[in-house]
Write a protein that binds this ligand. Sequence first.
Ligand code: AHR
Length: 559
Amino acid sequence: MPMPVISSYPIDTLRSRRSLLRSAAGLALAALPLRAQSSEARMDILLQEPIGTIAPEIYGHFVEHLGAVVYDGIWVGTNSRIPNVHGMRKQLIDALRPIRPSVIRWPGGCFADQYDWRDGVGDPARRPVRTNFWVDTPEWHEDANRKGPETYDPNHFGTIEFVRFCRAVGAEPYLAANLRSLPAQDFWRWVEYCNSPEGSTTLARQRAADGEPAPLNVRYWGVGNESWGCGGNFTPEDYASEFRRFSAWVPSYGVKLALIGSGPSSDNRAWTRRFFEKAGGSGIGKLWGWGAHHYSWNVSGGRTRDWFEGKGDAVNFGADEYYELLREASLTESLIVSQWGVMAETDPRHRVKLVIDEWGSWFKPGTEPFPEALLGQQNTMRDAVLAGLSFDIFHRHADKVAMANIAQLVNCLQSLFFAHEDKFAVTPTYHVFAMYAAHQGGQSLRTEVSSPSVSYTRDGNPANIQRVSASASSKGSTLTVTVNNLHMTDPTTMDIAIHGGKPRSVSAEVLAASAPSAHNSFAQPDAVRPRPAQAAISGNGVTHRFPPASVTKLTIELG
Ligand code: AHR
């Protein structure tokens, strides 16, 4: 079977890169010891070809007032019997800190464009109760008690509580401002509340009364969310005008503000092109990041195309659905490349970076961890591989992607945690974040991965997908290599050749299970967890056997 090259480079480019390497560096890729006869795949790591620093912010999170994300998930209240730190669930804080969460986006999502930040400041006992944006969504579980905070938000978790949560876990706050239903002035006032100097303004005094006299120095601000949809159903031109108005004058108070615009749904090039053209220099000049959203719904297979019933199931899936979900996730790579190209038409120097501020799997209802967890879903080894391959893509485009935020942190979509009353569990996706944390701040390295593709059926037609996804980064003499074996049933043996350095030692950690549908639950919180594995140096690299549907981290010390 031919070995197609799985890489962001066309094959011709690879060939010329190989000959270039041979002549310029005296390194012949083909001449390195290759024990590929028994291997299904090969990875070349080019130490001398850095792509860019992996922004820790690509390991970001997203918290929305949606179902049980905030209330129950994060906020249990100061008088709760559940162990808490000033009202925030302690187990969650303790589990988050070691994975270095970098940045957290809040309060939405669609919720953000309905939210008045003033409702969430001042004495918590006197804050207004408001109807939540998601009150009428059809995905509600029929058994859910819909009279709680997920429907009538008491605003006990507001700006200060969120910023304290970020502080407790070591993350930067990313606030998403309301562009659909509040005037631009409210956005600036929110910035004023957060960042104006101590004692300087009425809002700084309000902040002090709320317990935070010093400025919060919030840097990341979203200007609208999904402005093509729940954020206002704008045309790109109308949104560009709104964005210009909102961003024309925002007080900085010495903070280098990073404004993030509401970018496309998946790879909608027209949205981006028309926004950038209309926003023009004065609009684009204010933009730090362009926020694309990309979900993997698993919609092939002849199902109805209803908004929620048309999606796949979180746990019950066959091979076609397994591979199709991963293929949908792998489209993130073409999204990045194509959006980057469109942005270059009006921003050729790429001052604006890409922010993938919602990504992950989204299944049909039915596997919620408890009824109030609206859009809650189980999280299997398949989701773990999805997360791993998504990070590999972000690493390969470390020069383009400045931030990414998985949707969502707890009890919702591809969450890292389930938390309900006194019950708590981490998901396989959590373990991927923990394993991949070593990449944060590393130098992403050019890699070339070749492997036979895997065949499956999509809507009755033949389809295929790469068998292996991988990426590499270095920090000093430590090389971190992460490998996802996408094959659902077969292990993959891969030769990893290191160009420009010699391995001295290697250690491995693997996340694998008896079936790709394996998952954790409150009853079995440790069914899926990473384990140390044996790995050995071979020649100028490592040859390793990766279990089916697995995520592996190799830590290689270079001599
Ligand atoms: O993450 C759930 C929702 O998905 C968000 O509120 C919205 O931005 C997107 O459509």
